[in-house]
Design a protein. Sequence first.
Length: 192
Amino acid sequence: MTATPFPVGEIVAARRPHRKDAARNYDALLAAAREAFAEHGSDASLEDIARRAGVGIGTLYRNFPTRRDLFESVYADEVNALCGAAVEVADLEPWEALTAWLDRFAGYMVTKRAVREALNDESEIFQTCRDSMYAAGGPLLERAQHAGVARPDMDFVDLLRMVAGITATAFDDDAQRDRVLAIALDGVRTAR
């Protein structure tokens, strides 16, 4: 897989301010929103997000005029990181590359209740993010299938739905989640 930029990367770059101080505030707001959304879902308090970022509410609104702008920016940033992870693991053996990326995807889904709530949204940004995620992860499954290490009778959407379903379940801890995911992925792997 080449380092070809995914469309979501263009969205992330276009939204990020160019001035260093503004970019620092923007990044701090994204990190604070990511944390708050993971804890409280999409109803997280904007005032709390600004406080966590160490900025005033006016700075939050300058960067994200609406709650939806903030949510979409967090979502696009997370999907952009997932796309980058696909590029990072592409040189691994086919099965290891696929499972490494799926592990990253599972971690992303577990901590992103707000993202899960909005995955079915049909807005342009969500469609672009979904297309980018599929373009990044889909080739990893195809490569594993061509190498004969992943079932040929499934597609990438099947795989994502399986992992998303698993991560939507409450687990005692991350180790239990990882075990259950490993058991499910055993069903994806071809007999050796």
